[in-house]
Write a protein that binds this ligand. Structure first.
Ligand code: UT7
Length: 335
């Protein structure tokens, strides 16, 4: 989709935060019928961080956001808009306003985006529209999830996959020559929503309508792993190719492929389909598992801190997951 661009978008800084508590595959295999060997060979995951006790979504999101703000020497009161990508808010009405209050971004508008593992890509694209059309100057985008709270810890098909975390990126309006966010491609297929979801169990009993206990509740994460795998390895390469073609860019020009950190086999299969060598893949999946909306900014922040990224590098960033939703955004690293 084309947008009318009056100004560019610059990436100023990134930040990230994970809970302290680390659960290795070994610990999980002491609790349920699984093994380090099964988990690692099927997913590439070795351990994950889990938010316990006092560690909340808002705390992690705030830590990640404050890191980015400090790095860019921007005060929270200078932020115009906060977009929090999360599918595990601590308030069903949204958590972005709590993040706004926590970091003291008094002048910022704040709202959530719920799009599971595509959430961060969709949030970046949304932020970009507000900046490019001249509405806002400084925008904070945070991807944060605590899916550990929505897992059935006795279901070995899902509980080994997910972890908790948060990542942030600070965007600012700039001249169109300095623009860092080159283009995007977003897609949705709602017909397959039930391949990966957290279902709402509503009250079916009319007689109970007015009872306090009649409001229903949400279930646990359920997933058809094989279908999600097939969806990801077929749709994500198409999305990337479409996005590159719309910008007249070739695969050879891509320096880094940063995919939602779901599964090492998915990452490798997508890279293979695109003929992108593995050394261009950014991955920290082994340490954190699938952190949903946090996975891309967490991996981006880590790659930057490791000094991997050079001025002018071209990033292909893709998210995919529940909805089903998937999307790509192409970034040029100019700081
Ligand atoms: O953000 C998107 C999130 N979703 C994903 O990324 C999921 C994508 N899908 C996948 O990554 C893979 O489908 C999984 C890693 C989830 C599963 O791998 P698979 O090769 O599709 O395994 P499977 O579901 O076909 O299960 C194979 C066997 C089964 O045993 P039987 O029926 O063959 O006896 C499972 O019961 O592995 C068994 N199994 C396990 N064994 C040990 C399933 N989970 C486990 C486990 N430990 N944790």
């Amino acid at each position: 989709m084309k947008s009318s661009i009056t100004q560019g978008v610059r990436i100023l800084a990134t930040g990230s935060a994970v809970p302290d508590w680390c659960i290795s595959n070994k610990i999980l295999s002491d609790l349920i019928d699984t093994s380090d060997e099964w988990i690692f060979t099927r997913t590439g995951i070795k351990e994950r961080r889990i938010a316990l006790g006092d560690t909340s979504l808002i705390q992690m999101a705030s830590l990640a956001a404050m890191q980015a703000l400090r790095q860019a020497s921007i005060s929270p009161v200078e932020i115009d808009l906060i977009i929090l990508a999360t599918s595990s808010p601590n308030d069903l009405f949204g958590s972005a306003s709590q993040l706004q209050a926590e970091i003291g971004a008094n002048k910022a508008v704040a709202f959530d985006i719920t799009a599971a593992c595509s959430g961060f890509v969709i949030a970046i694209v949304t932020a970009t529209q507000f900046i490019q059309n001249g509405s806002y100057r400084n925008v904070l985008v945070v991807g944060a999830d605590v899916l550990s709270k929505w897992i059935d810890w006795s279901d070995r098909r899902t509980c080994v996959l997910f972890g908790d975390g948060a990542g942030a990126i600070l965007l600012q309006a700039c001249s169109s020559i300095q623009n860092n966010i080159l283009g995007f491609q977003l897609d949705t297929n709602g017909e397959k929503f039930d391949h990966l979801n957290i279902h709402y169990n509503g009250n079916k009993d009319k007689a109970d309508f007015l009872s306090a206990k009649s409001n229903g509740n949400y279930g646990y994460i359920t997933m058809n792993g094989k279908e999600v795998y097939k969806f990801a390895v077929s749709k994500v390469p198409d999305s990337i190719m479409k996005c590159l073609a719309s910008l007249n860019l070739s695969i050879e020009e891509v320096n880094w492929l940063l995919l939602h950190q779901a599964n090492k086999r998915i990452l490798h299969a997508v890279a293979d389909r695109l003929n992108i060598p593995k050394y261009k893949l950014i991955s920290n999946l082994a340490k954190y598992g699938n952190t949903s909306a946090a996975s891309i900014p967490l991996a981006l922040d880590e790659a930057i801190n490791e000094g991997k990224i050079k001025q002018g590098d071209l990033f292909v960033v893709s998210g995919f997951g529940a909805g089903l939703t998937w999307g790509t955004v192409i970034l040029k690293w100019i700081c």
